[in-house]
Design a protein around this ligand. Structure first.
Ligand code: ATP
Ligand code: MN
Length: 146
C-alpha cells in the first residue's frame, strides 16, 4: 500500500509530531521516508537584500534534516531528504508526484502557530490539491510540555 511516504517539514514542533506517525507507518510497510523542506519563494521575491534570510532558511532546513535523521535511523527506516525553493504547497504536491509518493503526512500547523486557523495554509492547500492521501497530525502543545 505504501512504498514512499512524504513528510514535508518547516522544522516546527508540529512537523516533528507528524514525523512520529510517518515513521511508524514507514516501519510497518517497509516504506522509504522522504523528507522535504521548502524555502519559501516569498523570501526570494522580497529582493536581493534577502539573501541572508534565504541562507538562514536553508541552514534551518539542513539542521532539521540532521535532527530527523537520528530518529529515522533509530527506527530502521530508509531516508531521502530534499530541499527546494518555491511556494511551499506547490513544491510539496509537485515533489509528491515526481517521487511517486503514496502518502503525505504533515502537521495541522507549523511555525506560525497553533491558534490561527483550523488548519495552517500550507496544509489546507496540500489537502485540497494532492492526488494522494494526506494524513494530518494535530500537535498538542500542552501535552508536549507535561
Ligand atoms: P501559516 O503558515 O498558514 O501561517 P502554520 O505555519 O501554522 O500557518 P502551515 O504552514 O500550514 O501552518 O504548516 C503546517 C505543516 O505544513 C507543517 O507542520 C509542515 O508539515 C508543512 N509545512 C509548512 N511549511 C512548510 C515548508 N516551507 N516546507 C515544508 N513543509 C512545510
Ligand atoms: Mn507556515
Amino acid at each position: 500500500m505504501y512504498e514512499r511516504i512524504l513528510l514535508p517539514t518547516d522544522g516546527s514542533e508540529s512537523a516533528d509530531a507528524a514525523l512520529d506517525h510517518a515513521l511508524d507507518i514507514a516501519a510497518q510497510y517497509d516504506a522509504e521516508l522522504h523528507v522535504l523542506h521548502v524555502v519559501s519563494a516569498a523570501y526570494a521575491e522580497a529582493g536581493p537584500g534577502h539573501a541572508t534570510a534565504i541562507e538562514a532558511m536553508e541552514q534551518h532546513g539542513e539542521e532539521t534534516f540532521d535532527r530527523i535523521a537520528e530518529r529515522v535511523e533509530a527506527a530502521g527506516v530508509r531516508l531521502t531528504t530534499e530541499q527546494r525553493h518555491g511556494e511551499p504547497h506547490t513544491s510539496i504536491v509537485e515533489y509528491a508526484n515526481e517521487a511517486g509518493v503514496d502518502l503525505v503526512v504533515m502537521g495541522t500547523h507549523g511555525r506560525t502557530g497553533l491558534q490561527r486557523y483550523l488548519l495552517g495554509s500550507v496544509t489546507e492547500k496540500v489537502v485540497r490539491t494532492s492526488d494522494v492521501p494526506v494524513l494530518t497530525v494535530r500537535y498538542d502543545e500542552e501535552a508536549a510540555e507535561e
